[in-house]
Design a protein around this ligand. Structure first.
Ligand code: FES
Length: 180
């Protein structure tokens, strides 16, 4: 909570100009957020729509994302955080120690994203929105993470990986499941 309270100062000093550029991490999912905020002319009453899009792109709303939205819409982080925690459709954290987000956007779907989910279901009993009973892996889905050119895409602990196959997805997830 302390970090959250400390952040609004940074929001003020950096202003909205930066928000119109993508995130410094280069993660293209922030571009999806930029486009949504721009389409809504950075209106503060678009907060829920923007958060919704953020959840679609990231699978859940991590603190960095909430901060980015707060800065873009020039809202206090406390307000953004309040709305994100109020609505049950938003989830702030995956429950597992590791997170796999499979993109189900059109480009990824066409390139076989649903087969990735089927494999995870069959081989590792992992279902979207759920966490393995040992708490090691959460599986989430997203709708377009801004990496359509390398579809089908998945995100492993925040790292976007393209051209995924059932084998590559399984390899990552199985590695996590084997961890002590
Ligand atoms: S549809 Fe999956 S990255 Fe765009």
């Amino acid at each position: 909570m302390q970090t959250l309270r400390a952040q609004p100062k940074a929001i003020k000093s950096q202003g909205a100009k930066k928000a119109k550029n993508t995130h410094s991490s280069g993660d293209k999912r922030f571009k999806v957020l930029d486009m949504t905020m721009k389409r809504n002319q950075y209106r503060q009453d678009a907060l829920i729509e923007v958060l919704h899009k953020a959840q679609e792109a990231f699978g859940y709303l991590e603190e960095d994302v909430l901060l980015y939205v707060a800065r873009g819409l020039k809202l206090p982080l406390s307000r953004v955080y309040g709305v994100a925690t109020f609505y049950h459709l938003f989830s702030l954290k995956p429950k597992g120690a590791h997170t796999c987000v499979v993109c189900l956007g059109t480009a990824c779907y066409v390139k076989g994203a649903s087969a990735l989910l089927e494999t995870l279901d069959k081989v590792a009993s992992l279902h979207p929105g759920e966490t393995t009973p040992d708490g090691k892996v959460s599986l989430m889905t997203a709708r377009c993470i801004g990496a359509c050119g390398i579809a089908p895409a998945a995100v492993f602990d925040g790292k976007v990986c393209g051209k995924q196959t059932a084998e590559s997805v399984l390899e990552n997830v199985k590695g996590w499941l084997k961890e002590e």
